[in-house]
Design a binder for this molecule. Structure first.
Ligand code: PGA
Length: 307
């Protein structure tokens, strides 16, 4: 089969995002160039790899088969690159990290400290929610991710390094501020603004309420922690966010943490990578740095539940 690495790379990008446009953007190619690569690959394979239903595309059975092997080959090539870089004595390289949007409140700071020690490398930091991040890991687009605990069924290695308390926030003039402990029944009478589907914070909040048998009123859905905090400040409702997102608002007294029963919901942050991935020396060094130092570095920040 006269398949080229380039064809497989393009195919893998289209297949993992199920979008020609997204793949073209990621690979810095024009959309016709992407379509051409896919067409050539389909001609070689002798079967269609995608089917178009309405505006969406789906992998065919042959497409799924090719995707499986394309990912394996992609990973092997990445490993080869890492091995060669290591043989060259860890010369210049690039570190690709993805952080959950919530973890970015400390992720950027960690990267800044780390890059001061390993200045000769270039870094790419992708900030996105949990769901998008899991996709990036699965399609081998990043070396490492910092996120909440990933699902066990995915072939990922996940090492915890720091607590991630989720708290209930309110505007400073909210009647529940300063009261406590607030019973869950009382909390259920309030309206909540919530993160988008696919957010780890949202999943944890939903699990908590489900477990306690409470059905909170959720009226507004917003796609970032910043938007949640703005909405809560504006009096649109209560919110549940990681304490790591709150430093500025607590300092300037724009938001308060409520003393609510069952809170904080205690989650943890993990360094995550694909099982079997040979980490490059720089990726390995970053992983060790996070596991060893992140918790101490970040506990120097003044946040603790009940602030
Ligand atoms: P987020 O957080 O997706 O809500 O930003 C990540 C996580 O908690 O896993």
């Amino acid at each position: 089969m006269n398949v080229t690495v380039r064809m497989l790379r393009v195919f893998e990008a289209v297949a993992s995002h199920l979008s020609f446009t997204r793949a073209a953007k990621l690979l810095h190619l024009s959309q016709p160039a992407v379509s051409m690569q896919i067409k050539q690959l389909e001609e070689i394979v002798g079967l269609p790899l995608f089917e178009h239903l309405g505006k969406k595309i789906y992998l065919t059975e042959a497409g799924r088969e090719v995707y499986h092997y394309a990912r394996g080959i992609g990973q092997l090539l990445g490993d080869m690159e890492a091995a060669i870089t290591a043989l060259r004595g860890g010369a210049r390289g690039k570190l690709d990290i993805a952080v959950a949007s919530t973890a970015n409140y400390f992720g950027t700071r960690l990267l800044a400290i780390f890059s001061r020690r390993h200045g000769e490398f270039t870094y790419r930091l992708s900030v996105t929610n949990r769901q998008a991040l899991l996709q990036q890991l699965q399609s081998n687009e990043v070396d490492l991710a910092i996120m909440g605990q990933p699902p066990a069924e995915l072939d990922l290695v996940a090492e915890p390094f720091m607590e991630n308390p989720l708290v209930v926030i309110a505007a400073p003039d909210h009647p529940l501020v300063g009261k406590g402990p607030i019973e869950l029944r009382r909390l259920a009478e309030e309206t909540f603004v919530v993160r988008e589907q696919g957010s780890g914070t949202r999943i944890a909040m939903e699990r908590f309420f489900e477990h306690t048998g409470i059905v909170p009123h959720t009226r507004v859905e917003l796609s970032s922690n910043e938007a949640i905090k703005q909405a809560v400040q504006a009096g649109l409702g209560l919110g549940v966010v990681s304490i790591h997102t709150l430093e500025l608002e607590l300092e300037t007294d724009r938001l308060r943490i409520l003393d609510a029963e069952g809170f904080p919901i205690m989650r943890h942050w993990y360094v995550v990578f694909r099982k079997g991935k040979r980490l490059s020396p720089i990726a390995g060094a970053f992983k060790d740095f996070v596991l060893r130092e992140a918790s101490t570095l970040m506990s120097a920040s003044r946040l603790s539940p009940g602030t």
